[in-house]
Design a protein around this ligand. Structure first.
Ligand code: COA
Ligand code: AMP
Length: 637
């Protein structure tokens, strides 16, 4: 075993005395009323942290720091390589901006418990919007700007927002993407209608505003009286963040106020080894959990400076953007998805651009969202010369579940492993029958209940789905949806999802959702969408389609129509580029589509033909088709 005395002690204590452990961590948060109970279980059997506690997350993230000598410290740095704009906002300025926006929202009738959807690009105003909601006790739901109107409409109908906040456009490489037409289309699709939309005008593409529904953001903010922080319960929801599940309807992950604040503050030191006043640069869209936790709430609650990038790590203007930002803003910790580094490496394999910049401020690089392949890990270690930490987490947890906890005691890195369970997480590998598996045995990665603070208490207005999706399969455990194993040294290895969720360039998507859309095409009899390995994006979806009898549409035509269908309904980020016509799909004798076998064929994995397959010959046909179309890493070269 690779033992680490301090870490082992803390980890054991977090499991043997969770209430004592988390009561201590809760001391870092400015409570309005300290929690009466550290952990409790409600009548529905759901677990809650810090019941009876009162706080305001916006106060903890801003006002508390202004009142304790951090008013002039920079809280946010916005860097836009496409426009050349760099904006630095102190904690005091942030307080003023957020209080005014909160006042504007209050003037629109937004109060505690009301939902507000935020459909915006990577701007300071997006962070202001999240914090302004928190200030009022309103529940925000940020929707990733790359999602198509249908996805936005689904979220509008589920969250039922009183107000929607948006901007006139986002900037993607050399393209300006107008947001208002997307929001208008979503509102046409949605049943629920907000009472008002506030739109931030951007000079690259001002929008015409129909004043019956839209108000100009700046005008209402200028007219607003600043709003103070309201007191909320630790267990009140701070936000809903929708994420892909196995069906078309996304899951509304709920985050509470108290547990979230405590967990993030704890992680800033224990995992990321940062000190208040230091600089964290998390290159993730606000629309993902990583952007919520480590572009906004974590760094601010802990008194750090957070760098926000509007742009991509490549092509804006080149693959040196991350390194330039590290130098210019003296970044201490850089965090992004491995796919972003693969994109940089593809354009700058020798990392020549990194040598043009002073990276001496950098203490560590963190990656998550997908397994970090050993080649990318080694490349990063070589060019940065600092620890590179792969760590495992999910939207559901909101903070790392497995990591190399640099702030407690760094462990030797094993490429391919995100290292060991983080304090508070009792991680077990379970077999099909729910028994705990031994070292090196692969099974379901599960967490013994209750989950630590910060993790989802339930799904938005859908506790039955929460139970079904996560708690029913193995009673007493949370089912992560990932497979994996623990080695002899206690290192965790994640081998991939065991469900229909895939990860495309750091974007979590559902192949089940894509299958529902593909099946809705009038010519399609049935289909399978599988996530095949992709050297740059980690995974990408590929469709296999059987046409209804008598259809005369060509393979090329149906492929084009299905690509457009997915792009228009989910978004370009789905990266759905292939829909291959097959005569039949490989199935078991009981009719279950063998999606895993199709994926293994495309990925060139060796596998045994499932004994239950109804027609083994179909696999040869699919292999020949993949080869002919050069689809899948086994056939691309
Ligand atoms: N708004 C509108 N469109 C968007 C968008 C947004 N916010 N984000 C992406 N898109 C579009 C892109 O313009 C592109 O459209 P196209 O097919 O018309 O060219 C498409 O969606 C695919 O985008 P993406 O998958 O991001 O590919 P890319 O080539 O633009 O960039 C990476 C590749 C790897 C650099 C980029 O995906 C990346 O930085 N990923 C990291 C994601 C991340 O940080 N995840 C969470 C962290 S854990
Ligand atoms: P998301 O909810 O978008 O953060 O995606 C969570 C999923 O991404 C997990 O269930 C994993 O499948 C995958 N994932 C995240 N981080 C890692 C990692 N470090 N290693 C392997 N898979 C990861």
């Amino acid at each position: 075993m690779i033992a680490s005395p301090v870490l082992t002690d803390q980890y054991q204590r977090s499991l043997s005395d969770p209430e004592g452990f988390w009561a201590e961590q809760a001391g870092a948060i400015p409570w309005i009323r300290k929690p009466g109970r550290i952990r409790s279980t409600d009548r529905d059997g759901l677990h809650h942290w810090f019941t009876g506690g009162k706080l305001n997350t916006c106060y903890a993230a801003i006002d508390h720091h202004v009142g304790h000598g951090r008013g002039e410290q920079i809280a946010l740095i916005y860097d836009s390589p496409m426009t050349g704009v760099v904006r630095r906002i102190s904690y005091r300025e942030l307080q003023q901006e957020v209080a005014r926006l909160a006042g504007a929202l209050r003037a629109q009738g937004v109060g505690a418990g009301d939902r507000v959807i935020i459909y915006m690009p990577m701007l300071c105003e997006t962070a202001f919007a999240m914090l302004a909601c928190a200030r009022l006790g309103a529940v925000h739901s940020v929707v990733f700007g790359g999602f198509a109107p249908r996805e936005l409409a689904i979220r509008i109908d589920d969250a039922e927002p009183k107000v929607v906040l948006t901007a006139s456009c986002g900037l993607e490489f050399d393209r300006v993407i107008p947001y208002k037409p997307l929001l208008d289309e979503a509102l046409q699709l949605a049943t629920h209608q907000p009472t008002r939309c506030l739109l931030l005008q951007r000079p690259q593409c001002p929008a015409e505003l129909d004043t019956t529904l839209y108000s100009d953001w700046q005008t209402v903010v200028d007219e607003a009286e600043p709003a103070d922080c309201v007191t909320v319960a630790a267990t009140d929801p701070l936000y809903i963040l929708y994420t892909s599940g196995t069906t078309g309807k996304p899951k509304g992950i709920v985050r509470d106020n108290g547990g979230h604040a405590v967990a993030l503050a704890y992680s800033m030191k224990a995992v990321y080894n940062l000190e208040p006043g230091q600089v964290m640069f998390t290159a993730s869209d606000f629309g993902w959990a990583v952007g919520h936790s480590y572009s906004v709430y974590g760094p601010l609650i802990y008194g750090c400076t957070s760098v926000i990038l509007e742009g991509k790590p490549v092509r804006t203007p080149d693959a040196g953007t991350f390194w330039r930002i590290v130098q210019d803003h003296k970044v201490n910790v850089l965090f992004t998805a491995p796919t972003a580094f693969r994109a940089i490496r593809k354009e700058d394999p020798e990392a020549a651009l990194s040598k043009q910049y002073d990276l001496s401020s950098l203490q560590a690089v963190f990656v998550a969202g997908e397994r970090c392949d050993p080649a990318t890990l080694a490349w990063l270690q070589r060019i940065t010369g600092v620890p590179v930490v792969d760590h495992w987490w999910q939207t559901e947890s909101g903070w790392p579940m497995v990591a190399n906890q640099l702030g407690i005691e760094p462990l030797p890195v094993k490429p391919g492993s995100p290292t060991k369970p983080v304090c508070g997480y009792d991680l077990q590998i379970l077999g099909e029958d729910g028994t705990q598996l031994g070292p090196n045995e692969e099974g379901y990665v599960c967490l013994r209940l209750p989950l630590p603070p910060g993790c989802l208490p339930t799904l938005w207005r859908d506790t039955p789905r929460f139970r079904n999706a996560y708690l029913t399969r193995f009673p007493g455990y949370y089912l992560s949806g990932d497979g994996g194993y623990i080695d002899d040294d206690g290192y965790v290895f994640i081998t991939g999802r065991v469900d229909d969720v895939i990860n495309v360039a750091g974007h979590r998507l559902s192949t089940g959702d894509m299958e529902e859309l593909v099946s809705s095409h009038p010519a399609v009899a049935e289909c399978a969408v599988v996530g095949v390995a992709c050297p740059l994006r980690g995974q990408r979806p590929v469709g296999f389609v059987v046409l209804k009898d008598g259809q005369t549409i060509t393979g090329e035509a149906i492929e084009g129509e299905l690509i457009t269908l997915i792009r228009d309904n989910i978004g370009a980020v789905a990266w759905f580029r292939n829909a291959l016509l097959v005569k039949r799909l490989p199935k078991t004798r009981s009719g279950k589509i063998l999606r895993k076998t199709i994926r293994q064929l495309a990925d060139g994995e060796s596998f045994e033909v499932p004994p239950t397959i109804d027609d083994p010959l179909i696999l040869n046909e699919i292999r020949a088709l993949l080869a002919a179309r050069k689809v899948g890493i086994a056939f691309e070269r």
